[in-house]
Design a protein around this ligand. Structure first.
Ligand SMILES: Nc1ncnc2c1ncn2[C@@H]1O[C@H](COP(=O)(O)OP(=O)(O)OP(=O)(O)O)[C@@H](O)[C@H]1O
Length: 286
């Protein structure tokens, strides 16, 4: 079991710019956030606000232009086995069975065949995948492939799990089941999770805390604690607290999405919108 005192992620005053002189894009500006050991924290915000950029910095795939990301007080300077990463697209090896996919990282760590097999089977069991251990990825549904992806990321016992829209490609039914499976695994393994999503309900259902980002350049607009009890159940999604949180987050995101779209459309584009739907239509939208 993961040591509960480990797995603290800190992003300290991080700014990121892309491109050279003349074509410089500031993606992220002065972002600070924290995931305490064993916490589940989501980041939500309009498209292009820098969510994936932040996750890539914590994963060690990218270096910030300013500021720093730390894991348990140590500056992150590259990828490491202490951080498991799951992306939206499934990244399984198609020529390996489910179990061999899960065992891969353990083999790289030099674990013997029996220990690898036993660990892989335990985790596959937690995710309900043991009956499919000898299947190949193309014999699995999207939800099952993503469950294997999560189990594979967890196999090397990382202290933190970094997830970038992991359920974005799944239908809503499968997505709901995956959210429940993930909360169960998170509770049993006591990991810290940094979770990127566009989906407000998903962020609330899964998290202890949700950070809302502004339109680009991404800053932290709000930090919303989620006071729902654990374990979370789908019935909680109909509770007044849940609905109030959805309303609050929708309001915050809407402001930023309009700002982001305004930037893309420009004044002329927005005038075109105005001409199309008229002032009354615009009032109805606000
Ligand atoms: N390698 C890069 N070179 C230039 N610009 C980049 C690069 N990577 C990201 N960007 C820009 O930085 C901004 C933030 O990108 P990022 O992918 O982090 O946003 P995001 O919030 O994850 O977006 P989405 O929700 O659409 O996935 C975007 O405007 C993007 O176009």
């Amino acid at each position: 079991m993961t040591d509960l005192r480990k797995g603290r992620i800190e992003i300290r005053d991080v700014s990121v710019s892309f491109g050279g002189k003349g074509q410089r894009t500031q993606a992220v500006s002065g972002v600070s956030l924290e995931v305490k050991p064993g916490d589940f924290v989501s980041v939500i915000g309009p498209s292009g606000c820098g969510k994936s950029t932040l996750l890539n910095i914590v994963a060690g795939f990218m270096v910030p232009t300013q500021g720093a990301a730390l894991l348990d007080g140590q500056a992150i300077d590259g990828p490491g086995a202490d951080r498991g990463v799951v992306f939206q697209q499934y990244s399984l090896f198609p020529w390996m069975t489910v179990r061999k996919n899960v065992e891969f990282g353990l083999k790289m760590q030099g674990l013997g065949i029996n220990a690898r097999e036993s660990k892989a089977r335990t985790l596959l069991g937690l995710a309900g995948l043991l009956p499919f251990e000898n299947h190949y990825p193309d014999q699995l549904s999207g939800g099952m492939k993503q469950r294997v992806g999560i189990v594979r990321a967890l196999a090397t016992s990382p202290q933190v799990l970094l997830m970038d829209e992991p359920f974005g490609a799944l239908d809503s039914q499968t997505r709901t089941v995956m959210q429940e499976i993930l909360t169960n695994m998170w509770q049993q393994l006591q990991l810290s999770v940094l979770f990127i999503t566009h989906d407000i309900e998903e962020a609330i259902f899964l998290s202890e805390k949700v950070y809302v980002m502004t339109a680009r350049p991404g800053r932290i607009k709000a930090e919303i604690p989620i006071p729902l009890p654990r374990p979370r159940t789908p019935e909680m999604m109909s509770s007044p607290t849940f609905h109030a949180l959805v309303r609050q987050l929708k309001g915050l995101i809407r402001e930023e999405s309009l700002a982001a779209m305004g930037g893309e459309l420009g004044a002329a584009g927005l005038q075109g919108l105005d001409a199309h739907i008229g002032q009354d239509g615009l009032k109805a939208l606000s």
